[in-house]
Design a protein around this ligand. Structure first.
Ligand code: PTT
Ligand code: SF4
Length: 620
């Protein structure tokens, strides 16, 4: 390998207190790139089928890619992955953090962490020096305090990944956080870290990232940073970042409102990008190597957390604002801060709070059951319940298991409005009117996350409600670019998505970094390989598959929106089934969503066949 990859993997066994450096198999690098590709390959190869996600046997993988850390716009991202305790399937997240760059500089492409430390610990990686240190002093600290303490001990420029009390207490949607406000691993990757007694990972590196053609990388980097700054919407992006999506989603009847019952919200403008800019925003943050920073730091102006600040994006505010009927930004910011400090996913937190409210309004649970009265817009009650969830107290401990579990526990038909797919709570787009986005959620490889395909923007541009094979193919293409390429090269996708930075830059960077020629056709094949392996992993762990696992909840099919420009909209089941059929056909999976043998062979995954055949019979 000439560059891009360091060629080394670090393995840490917390039970034995030992670490080991291994060579990265060059074929794995070429065929799977890195990030998500490495993670799923490792989990398939090394995790025994049926492993309990919260047992020491699960693997926590921190994974970079060949573009991570190089002089390329927004290259400071890190994939954190494991078998998910929330869904039981493949789970990962993507954090913008100094830890990504530091890991490459320390000389590793990925860290694979197994076992469980005897006592709360910190994993410290400083180039070749790898130590498991006593972390008892930090255990119990929130993510902000732990971050501050670790920065004090190891230096401000260290790469720090930390969990909060919720990760320690194994809340099923606990995340890993970094630098106060960066969070990743929605499907409970923070709980996996907690189950290993691992409070933090601190990474410091001082090596050069190897590059096939360093001069060319520097030249492309300089041109690219200039190109991004020259884009028409650059200034607006830096002012509002993803928060402008509040107004956009409301105008298009897609803003999640009242547990995703509606797509418009009367008070949307009080919690939108414009209100943020005028009233709440006090600062700006970005990930490493990014010149279009989008982290909006906001001050809470009223309430119990008055004067504190917190970093927000669209998803956070949509799920903790309109989805709970909240039109007072201060409550949404407060809930966000609670989530960040405790280290739980804001999307899932918003979803379980909304689910509980709907369950109470429908009379399925009482005030006595929940220990308080929930009503849309009651920020005070949501703050109280959120604290119980993040600490797993009382009724909060049921919601801390995720919305799928809570609906199972409550029963009485509540599954219909438990807004998840495969156990992962749906992120912030209402899909009553968007069948393509519904299919994107349905088929997302970690459960209902928008990261693999923000198809809704394409649907709005190219026409809503189209049911065609072309649309299913377009979705696959988009998933492959976002969830295949960006998650595996391990770089931020927002330069492309948000300011129109051209995709053609990436093969050039890959060539300059690795010396290898990848065309976008090659990258699509790699992405197909990664998607099919992720599906094989799910099938293996679930012991089979069926179409309902790729289908959003009944609410969107049965209960139309009642307000806004698209009132009356709901999804049509027959249309959804048609789209899903085309999706499976074009992925080379059978009509139950299981990869065909011919597909596995075509993608160079023939080694998957014998193990998968122990679980299900495969179609040719
Ligand atoms: C991501 C998901 C998102 S996606 C958001 S806001 W978004 C929520 N952010 C949370 C948060 O904050 N705190 C918290 N406690 N929970 C949170 N849960 C939610 O997590 C994020 C940006 C954003 S902001 C987006 S879209 C893009 N996502 C990328 C991605 O997934 N891949 C990639 N290659 N590039 C991306 N660029 C953008 O990164 P998950 P971050 Mg995140 C406070 O983690 O699990 O992937 O879920 O990483 O550093 O915060 O950057 O409107
Ligand atoms: Fe991070 Fe935003 Fe820059 Fe992406 S665009 S690298 S999420 S600051």
């Amino acid at each position: 390998m000439r560059g891009g990859w360091t060629g080394k993997l670090l393995r840490v066994d917390l039970s034995k207190g030992k670490s080991l450096v291994q060579d990265l198999d060059p074929k794995v690098a070429v065929d799977f790139l890195g990030g998500r590709g490495f993670a799923v390959k490792t989990l398939w190869d090394e995790l025994p089928r049926g492993t309990d996600p919260l047992s020491p046997e699960n693997l926590l993988i921190l994974s970079t890619g060949p573009l991570t850390g190089i002089s390329m716009p927004s290259s400071g991202k890190l994939v954190v992955a494991a078998k998910s305790p929330l869904t039981g399937g493949y789970g990962d997240g993507n954090i913008g953090t100094r830890a990504s760059v530091q890991l490459k500089k320390a000389g590793y492409d990925a860290v694979i962490i197994s076992g469980k430390a005897e006592k709360p610990s910190i994993l410290s990686i400083e180039n070749d020096k790898v130590e498991i240190k006593d972390g008892r002093d930090l255990w119990g600290l929130d993510t902000y305090k732990a971050q501050e303490e670790l920065e004090r001990q190891y230096g401000k420029n260290s790469g720090i990944l930390v969990i909060g009390p919720s990760g320690e207490k194994l809340v099923k949607f606990a995340v890993i956080t970094s630098e106060k406000g960066r969070a990743g691993g929605r499907p409970g990757i923070g709980a996996v870290m907690g189950s290993k007694n691992l409070k933090a990972v601190v990474i410091r590196g001082s090596k050069e990232i190897p590059l096939a053609d360093p001069k060319e990388v520097a030249k492309l980097g300089a041109e690219s940073y200039k190109d991004i700054k020259s884009k028409d919407n650059y200034d607006f992006w830096v002012r509002q970042g993803t928060m402008a999506t509040v107004e956009w989603a409301n105008a298009n009847a897609a803003l999640p409102t009242y547990n995703m019952s509606e797509g418009v919200f009367d008070g949307y403008d009080k919690v939108g990008g414009n209100a943020m800019e005028k009233i709440y925003k006090i600062g700006q943050k970005g990930c490493p190597n990014c010149n279009m920073p989008c982290g909006n730091i906001n001050e809470i102006k009223e309430g119990p957390y008055k004067g504190r600040d917190t970093e927000v994006d669209y998803e956070n505010i949509a799920m903790l604002g309109p989805n709970l009927g909240i039109d007072n930004m201060n409550w949404a910011l407060t809930l966000n801060l609670i989530a960040d400090e405790a280290g739980v996913d804001t999307i899932s937190l918003g979803s379980v709070l909304a689910f509980a409210t709907e369950a109470m309004k429908r009379g399925l649970i009482s005030e006595g059951d929940a220990g308080l009265k929930l009503d849309w817009g009651n920020g005070q009650a949501y703050v109280e319940l959120a604290k119980k969830i993040v600490n797993k107290e009382g009724f909060g401990s049921i919601l801390a298991e995720g919305v799928a579990y809570a609906s199972h526990k409550i029963g009485k038909g509540s599954e219909k409005f438990a807004m998840h797919v495969k156990g992962l709570e749906i992120s912030a787009y209402d899909c009553h009117a968007y069948i393509g986005m519904a299919l994107a959620y349905g088929t997302s490889p970690i459960g209902a996350h928008h990261k693999d395909a923000w198809f809704i923007s394409y649907e709005i541009r190219e026409g809503r409600g189209v049911v065609s094979e072309e649309r299913a193919k377009k979705l696959i293409w988009m998933q492959n670019v976002r969830g295949g390429f960006f998650e595996s090269a391990a770089a931020c996708r927002l330069p492309w998505v948000e300011v129109g930075y051209d995709l053609e830059w990436y093969p050039k960077f890959l060539k300059a970094a690795t010396g290898l020629d990848y065309s976008w056709d090659d990258l699509q094949i790699i992405a197909n390989r990664i998607y099919t392996l992720m599906r094989a992993f799910w099938v293996r762990e679930k012991g089979g598959w069926n179409r309902s696992l790729d289908t959003p909840p009944a609410k969107w099919f049965e209960e139309p929106q009642t307000k806004g420009p698209l009132a009356g909209s709901k999804l049509n089941r027959d249309d959804y089934e048609k789209m899903l059929t085309w999706y499976y056909e074009n992925r080379g999976w059978d009509q139950n969503g299981i990869p065909r043998k011919s597909t596995l062979r075509r993608l160079g995954l023939d080694w998957v066949i014998p193990e998968l055949e122990r679980v299900v019979s495969l179609n040719e």
